[in-house]
Design a protein around this ligand. Structure first.
Ligand code: ZN
Length: 389
């Protein structure tokens, strides 16, 4: 029971989606494949686990009971009916027939086990190993070896594939192999793919899935969550949810931090990219490339913070101060900033930041992506559209 409290009470309600899931479940119309998509930090993976748990619960009705043996095994992601596939690094060379775990160094194998344990306790934690840029073809081959076997336990086999857009990395061979299985899925089996970037998945895979969109979480819901689950004061919770912009993982990252430090960091980042000096640029590139290698999510968070700055600058410049800002504390600095760059093309800058996050998720050359971002921001701040010819 303790586990039930930990796992699902920490899952913020996505009521409309859960209602749809339950209704197909109750009508015995569970699909053979689902795609849970939508922006980061909206609970796609947590709900995929919850649904998988319900499909195997011995007592559950509209919710997994959390009490039966099956539920308990699911919470620790250790149920024999569950296969979890995530992007992995290729630390070692392996052959076609090797199990995917052979590709991992001992260190990463240990880390993977730890991260899976953490995921069971906190649905919003990510299972992300360093340099895990793609879903390895061997993960799908491993799946193929077991998926057609008879089940040991009753219930339904569930295959969770997180960050499914990474099936398309390299030549997309993992995606092709998966497609063959999806074309003729075994009985009593459900696939749940989750992704922040559905456009990167081949249409052939998407069309085989029932798609469910997870919208950003409303501010008010997040505020309550940070107050109740993380014992934040109302003011703290308000600021955190406001900065989270519907992404609970951003919020969970923020609650561990000193807000002043965050604002200082943001100002440094903005200084670096706005300066016309090489030293600022170099700092931005060094910060970006080393941080991205050690903690890609943290880097994505920094880019997100920067986009808030430019968004606020845009509204402040256009609406003359009547806009509702995200960075309310920094209004004066923002006002100063917009006078420095009267011709800035803010919407295009925001676009470039988003493109950058997307490019990084596609595993493009990191230094090149950052260099391009920097050049684009520089040009756009001065009102110049870059010539791509
Ligand atoms: Zn149960």
């Amino acid at each position: 029971m303790a586990e039930k409290i930990v796992m699902f009470n920490r899952l913020v309600e996505q009521e409309r989606i859960w209602r749809r899931i339950i209704s197909s479940y109750k009508r015995n119309r569970v699909a053979s494949a689902y795609l849970f998509y939508g922006p980061a930090g909206t609970g796609k993976e947590g709900y995929a686990i919850k649904f998988a748990t319900l499909l195997n619960c011995q007592k559950g009705d509209a919710e997994p009971c959390g009490d039966c043996l099956s539920c308990k095994k699911f919470y620790s992601l250790q149920h024999p009916n569950l296969t979890l596939i995530v992007p992995l690094p290729k630390d070692k060379d392996i052959t076609k027939n090797d199990s995917v775990v052979k590709a991992l160094s001992d260190k990463n194998l240990k880390l993977l086990t730890e991260l899976m344990g953490k995921k069971g306790r906190n649905p919003y934690s990510k299972i992300n190993l360093p340099r895990a840029n793609r879903i390895l073809i061997n993960s799908i081959r491993d799946l193929r070896k077991t998926i057609f076997l008879k089940m040991i336990e009753s219930g339904r086999k569930v295959i969770l594939i997180f960050d499914a857009h990474k099936l398309s990395s390299q030549q997309g061979e993992a995606g092709n192999a998966l497609l063959k299985i999806l074309e003729e899925p075994p009985e009593d089996t459900t696939f749940i793919l989750t992704t922040d970037f559905p456009d990167q998945l081949p249409e052939t895979i998407r069309s085989r899935c029932q798609s469910l969109y997870f919208p950003p979480l409303p501010d008010q819901v997040l505020t309550e969550y940070f107050q109740e689950v993380h014992q934040k004061t109302e003011n703290e919770a308000l600021l955190i949810s406001h900065l989270s912009q519907g992404n609970i993982r951003t919020g969970l990252n923020l609650i561990t931090k000193d807000m002043n430090e965050i604002f200082e960091l943001l100002e440094s980042l903005i200084d670096w990219v706005s300066e016309e000096s090489e030293s600022g640029w170099r700092r931005f590139l060094v910060n970006g490339s080393s941080l991205y290698r050690s903690n890609p999510q943290e880097f994505a968070f920094q880019l997100q913070l920067m986009s808030y700055w430019f968004r606020d600058a845009m509204f402040l410049a256009k609406l003359n101060g009547k806009a509702q800002l995200i960075l309310t504390d920094r209004k004066e600095k923002l006002a100063e900033y917009i006078t420095r760059f009267p011709n800035a093309k803010y919407p295009e800058i925001i676009d470039q930041l988003e493109t950058c996050v997307d490019s990084l998720s596609r595993n493009y050359n990191l230094n090149l992506v950052l260099m391009n971002l920097l050049l684009d921001i520089q040009n756009l701040l001065h009102g110049r559209l870059r010539n791509y010819a």
